[in-house]
Ligand binder design. Structure first.
Ligand code: UDP
Ligand code: MG
Length: 306
């Protein structure tokens, strides 16, 4: 019999957890071909989350949990959950029921068919979300898509069920700064997307302020792209060209090359040269940064004939 591990990062989710547990157990009881385990990861909650998880594990042998010593962030909680999951298939779910449990059965059917390695939820709208947050998120996914050349579209979140091969390759990426959407995309594998509408959080509040979302966005870009360093180089070059053009214009117009034009020209030139060299240093640092992550050079999907 197959085993499905349901991995749930939880940070201050005392209000949402009871309903989450009820709703998900209802769904998995309908999946007759597989048994399930819950791996809850309490990410340093300061409310009653750890007590609730203890109650779950006391009353239901399918429930396990880990408790972090402090808040390490959702990405770390997902990694810990995956590392401790023993299922043939693993699925990440948020505790607030924003990832509809009704999709679990279909996800299992897809990955079990072996046609796909992963079946993921694709959120097709942001109904109920604040406009500013929606607009910023949308812009971020456009930028990151351009910069990183990886498939990290808007709506492609963490709600995914994957087979063991994909789970193991994610575990092989041991980098500290983990940007899961980038990691999913980096490891590849065949993914089927199932669309779903955004649902509002069942209880409790979102853990993301605009500030923490901004930090997350910058982390995502820096983890998967050295384009910003290249951009500094291009900007530097543009400034140097602008400096030369200012000089030529000043001489051409017959006004002489002194006073304001000379000052503007010098400021542009010096800034340009400075940015250009900072960018070169940035390129070296970014290469070393990528190297220090010790990512695998390639990933074997299947082996045969050994
Ligand atoms: N979460 C976590 N650690 C954090 C922040 C969030 O484990 O530092 C969990 C949270 O408990 C929830 C999931 O990650 O299960 C998604 O968080 P949230 O609903 O706040 O994010 P949103 O849906 O608003 O993007
Ligand atoms: Mg949520």
């Amino acid at each position: 019999m197959d085993k499905i591990s349901i991995i749930v990062p939880c940070y201050n989710e005392e209000k949402a957890l009871p309903e989450f547990y009820r709703a998900v157990t209802r769904e998995i009881d309908n999946i007759k071909e597989a048994e399930c385990e819950f791996i809850f990861v309490d990410d340093g909650s300061r409310d009653r989350t750890p007590e609730i998880l203890q109650e779950f594990s006391d009353s239901d042998s399918r429930c396990r949990y880990l408790s972090f010593s402090r808040n390490f962030g959702k990405e770390a909680a997902m990694y810990a959950g995956l590392e401790n999951a023993s299922g043939d298939y693993c699925v990440f779910m948020d505790a607030d029921l924003q990832h509809p449990p009704s999709l679990l059965k279909e996800m299992y059917r897809v990955v079990k068919s072996k046609k796909y390695d992963c079946c993921a939820g694709l959120r097709i709208d942001r109904n109920g979300e604040k406009h500013l947050r929606s607009a910023l998120s949308h812009a971020f996914y456009k930028i990151i898509g351009r910069l990183c050349h990886l498939d990290m579209g808007d709506g492609k979140g963490d709600f995914r069920m994957m087979n063991r091969a994909m789970a193991d390759s994610i575990l092989e990426l041991k980098e500290y700064n983990r940007y899961m959407k980038g990691i999913f995309s980096f490891v590849g594998f065949d993914t089927k997307w199932i669309p779903f509408h955004n649902v509002e959080r069942t209880a409790g509040e979102t853990k993301w302020s605009l500030r923490s979302l901004f930090r997350y966005a910058v982390d995502g870009i820096l983890s998967f792209s050295s384009a910003p360093a290249t951009m500094a180089g291009s900007t530097g070059l543009l400034l140097i060209i602008a400096a030369v053009l200012t000089g030529i214009c000043a001489v051409w117009s017959g006004g002489g090359f002194s006073g304001v034009p000379l000052l503007v020209c010098l400021i542009l030139l010096l800034n340009g040269i400075q940015m250009f060299f900072i960018s070169i240093i940035g390129q070296y640092v970014s290469k070393d940064y990528m190297e220090s992550k010790r990512r695998p050079i390639y990933i074997v999907k299947k082996k045969g004939g050994f």
